[in-house]
Design a protein around this ligand. Structure first.
Ligand SMILES: Cc1ncc(COP(=O)(O)O)c(C=O)c1O
Length: 446
């Protein structure tokens, strides 16, 4: 497996450290974290719903709730290599998430709102009791004048920047987004149009984050959203689990020993998929299996789980994909990250079932197949999870995992859930380019 990873060949890793029954409270970066923290984050998002519905017209109908549908995707099973009797297929359609258009929405919003809430309490703009309608005061001129004295900054490959920049500027904050070289021009343009300061960096994601962190560190009125180690972000992402639990129940999808739920999540630095995995495992128990999907040239999470975790106990092993001879070059811009979040890696060691890598060509093929079979528009990063079912059913490593966990015996009743993580805001011209590349690849295969 390590050889294939080094050669940038698609491969599957399964986690020998996974615990069936992890403790309810876990430790990461020296801090405890439990489902109560996820519930507190969900309660915070709820307190802001009325305000969000007022500030963002696209949230008016949803009354300020930022959530995505759970969609049946049986029509895709044949192209993913799922045979009859190998389980049901759904997608969790975060590519449709309003305002930010990606999985980074919940976390980004949560952290900006938590900062706004702290300031609002400190400056007496809202009361401690936090009634939902009291938060509407934050849309008023007095509150905006106070928030306008502060800046929110972030380093991003693009989608976190969109989420933070759009929400921060809508609340009246000054906002600065440090973008890596991979970030797409249209994402920068969209932010500039909303008055967000876009700082471009020639280097990769890690450099953009480091530059943002050090600039913000020098300014006491600046809050830096740290994608590599923020608990607030991670807890915001984790609230998706509470919503998914309701959606599963509404659609009659049972999760138990006879009906495992296998979730495939695209992974960049690891914060978003780790937050969701944390929430799902702690909420739904041992029969949820989460796998992270990464580009063959940017498998930072796999590199961390394979080489880094053991070293961390003794020192500070934090390998990058460059150490493995990989380039970190991928069209999946949201996943172009060279080194994993240590917060995410530490939290995932006992919870994650495994991870796999995907070639860029496969992302484009799946992007087109998703369009043709379901009519859904996703971006390349968001297609990474679609290789998951085939990895489990069609490789030796996958079949060994199915046997050793017992999941293989109940596979006909299993639910495969592919998390589609972005796409809503991709401009049409860009999207048509993705489709053309995918169609050309599929035609060449025929
Ligand atoms: C579309 C998309 N999917 C998945 C991810 C992965 O999230 P994370 O970097 O927190 O692992 C990102 C990150 O920006 C993204 O933009």
């Amino acid at each position: 497996m390590a050889i294939r990873l080094r050669q940038a060949q698609p491969c599957l890793w399964t986690n020998p450290e996974r615990l069936e029954h992890p403790p309810a409270t876990l430790e990461a970066l020296g801090r405890s974290i439990s489902l109560d923290d996820t519930k507190a984050a969900a309660a915070r998002l709820k307190r802001f719903e009325a305000l969000l519905a007022q500030v963002f017209t696209e949230l008016a109908d949803a009354k300020g709730v930022v959530e995505s549908p759970l969609l049946p995707a049986a029509a895709l099973k044949p192209v993913l290599g799922l045979q009859p009797g190998q389980g049901n297929l759904f997608i969790k359609a975060d590519h449709r998430l309003p305002v930010a258009g990606s999985i980074k929405a919940r976390g980004g919003m949560h952290e900006v709102l938590e900062f706004a809430e702290q300031l609002a309490l400190k400056h007496g703009l809202v009361s401690q009791s936090g009634d939902e309608h009291a938060y509407l005061a934050l849309a008023g001129t007095a509150a905006r004048e106070v928030l306008g004295r502060y800046q929110v900054a972030v380093g991003s490959t693009g989608n976190l920047g969109l989420s933070i920049g759009v929400v921060a500027s809508a609340l009246g904050f000054k906002a600065a987004v440090h973008m890596s070289a991979d970030a797409k021009e249209w994402k920068k343009e969209r932010l500039r149009q909303r008055g967000v300061l876009v700082v471009e960096h020639a280097g990769d994601y890690e450099r953009a984050v480091a530059a943002g962190r050090s600039q913000a560190g020098a300014d006491p009125t600046c809050h830096f959203v740290d994608d590599e180690q923020s608990f607030s972000l991670l807890l915001g992402y984790s609230t998706a689990a509470l919503h998914l639990q309701k959606q599963l129940a509404e659609q009659g999808i049972v999760v138990d020993a006879g009906h495992p739920l296998i979730v495939y999540l695209p992974c960049g630095v690891g914060g978003a998929p780790a937050g969701i995995t944390f929430g799902l495992r702690q909420l739904l128990g041992p029969h949820v299996h989460c796998f992270f999907a990464e580009p063959v040239q940017s498998p930072c999470f796999l590199v961390q789980m394979l080489g880094g975790q053991a070293g961390l106990a003794s020192g500070s092993a934090h390998p990058s994909v460059y150490d493995w001879g990989l380039t970190n070059q991928t069209e999946a811009d949201g996943l172009a990250v060279p080194r994993a979040s240590l917060l995410a890696a530490e939290l995932m060691a006992p919870l994650l079932s495994g991870g796999f890598t995907v070639a860029d060509d496969t992302l484009f093929a799946h992007l087109v197949q998703v369009l043709d079979a379901l009519g859904e528009r996703i971006e390349p990063s968001a297609a990474a999870g679609f290789s998951g079912p085939g990895m489990l059913t069609g490789t030796d490593a996958g079949q060994a995992w199915l046997r050793s966990t017992g999941v293989g015996e109940v596979l006909p009743q299993a639910t495969h859930l592919v998390w589609t993580t972005g796409g809503l805001l991709v401009p049409d011209a860009q999207y048509q380019g993705f489709v053309k590349r995918g169609r050309d690849l599929l035609a060449a295969r025929d």
